[in-house]
Design a protein around this ligand. Structure first.
Ligand code: ACO
Length: 333
């Protein structure tokens, strides 16, 4: 059977660092409040002349280098993002243009669950036999959609991109066999009845951009943090349990968990619910904040480069975002 393996990873974050103290100089908050409620210490923010596809292309180049493939070897490009350079064309096609290649390219939009959804889409493309080498990037620049005077949201997010090169590999062992490698299982879910609790309501067909919508700040991200918090804990745990069961494994078989990096308290609560020790959870949100669909691939790249994610280890990654959308994927490295 065909399985999807990630053979190279890369990431990129903008140079500009914004600390909690920097934000506290603008709105009524403090480093202590932000760190104790979220775990975040600082985040990276895109430069004025930089775009999401600039970050995606740089992360992609680094992933191709690590994989030992030329951009020209890529048969398809998929980018998970809800903050593309422009409504059209897609961020994926802009990324492809910057890599100097041609071929199919498209975006997947599932907000902070973008990497989890996109991994599943890429796995489908590869296992169906359509492509053998696919570049998959999670890239996001939510700083451009934040109301920097809204202390509830502006402290949470950061910008960045992470990429993986995914290839087809023929294997004849079941997912539960330790010799199996690559994506072993995935579980996706969603519930659109929560759309009001996390959104950027302006700029689309519901509220096309006008001087009035901009005047009303409809182009900024808004969130009901308490609802998102409790939904995240419940759904990340249940999706993870279902993905692990689909792979024929138990939570004890997971060597490393890379959750979407939104809030340390959400991650601690998921660890408690799933009875997986905190030490198995990779955390880097203190440095980058919530980079939405980029958070998991940035953390995967850091884990690979630091030797925390090694050949034969079983990885669980899971994410939840606006929609609500959520899911979990089990990968044997
Ligand atoms: N600084 C100081 N005070 C603040 C700040 C801030 N940055 N933000 C909110 N407060 C105040 C509120 O105004 C409120 O004050 P009040 O009691 O006078 O009204 C008080 O703090 C408590 O507010 P809560 O919303 O109850 O605070 P909570 O402990 O729930 O923390 C937070 C808020 C951090 C947003 C939390 O709800 C959360 O993390 N939710 C998940 C949101 C999230 O991660 N979203 C990301 C996108 S989805 C995803 O990636 C999973």
């Amino acid at each position: 059977m065909i399985r999807t393996r990630f053979i190279g990873t890369g990431s990129y974050v903008p140079e500009r660092v914004v600390t909690n103290d920097d934000i506290a100089r603008r709105v009524e908050t403090s480093d202590e409040w932000i760190r104790s409620r979220t775990g975040i210490r600082q985040r990276r923010v895109l430069g004025e002349d930089e775009t999401t596809s600039d970050m995606a292309a740089e992360a992609a180049r680094r992933a191709c280098d690590a994989a030992g493939v030329e951009p020209g070897d890529l048969e398809c490009i998929v980018v998970a993002t809800t903050t593309p350079d422009m409504p059209m064309p897609s961020c994926a096609i802009m990324t492809q243009h910057k890599l100097g290649i041609r071929g199919p390219a498209f975006d997947v939009a599932a907000a902070c669950a973008g990497f989890t959804y996109g991994t599943t889409v890429v796995d489908g493309l590869i296992r169906s036999g359509l492509y053998k080498t696919v570049l998959f990037v999670g890239a996001e620049a939510l700083s451009k959609f934040l109301d920097w005077d809204d202390r509830v949201t502006c402290v949470l997010f950061g910008d960045g991109a992470g990429a993986v090169v995914a290839v087809a590999e023929d294997q004849d062992v079941p997912a539960s066999d330790p010799a199996a490698r690559g994506i072993l299982s995935s579980h996706l879910d969603g519930d659109g009845s929560f759309w009001r609790d996390l959104n950027i309501i302006g700029g689309g067909t519901k509220h096309p951009p006008t001087a009035q919508t901009v005047g009303q700040n409809l182009h900024y991200l808004r969130m009901n943090g308490r609802v998102i918090f409790s939904q995240a804990v419940r759904n990340l745990s249940s999706a993870s349990e279902q993905a692990i069961a689909k792979a024929g494994l138990t939570p004890g078989d997971i060597d490393l968990v890379i959750p979407h990096q939104a809030n340390l308290r959400i991650i601690d609560a998921v660890a408690r619910r799933m009875k997986i020790p905190n030490e198995k959870f990779m955390i880097n949100l203190d440095n980058y904040g919530n980079t939405s669909s980029a958070s998991i691939p940035i953390a995967i790249d850091e884990a690979v480069r630091a030797g925390q994610l090694r050949d034969g280890m079983t990885l669980l990654h899971c994410g939840l975002g606006a929609g609500l959308t959520w899911g979990a994927v089990v990968v044997r490295w």
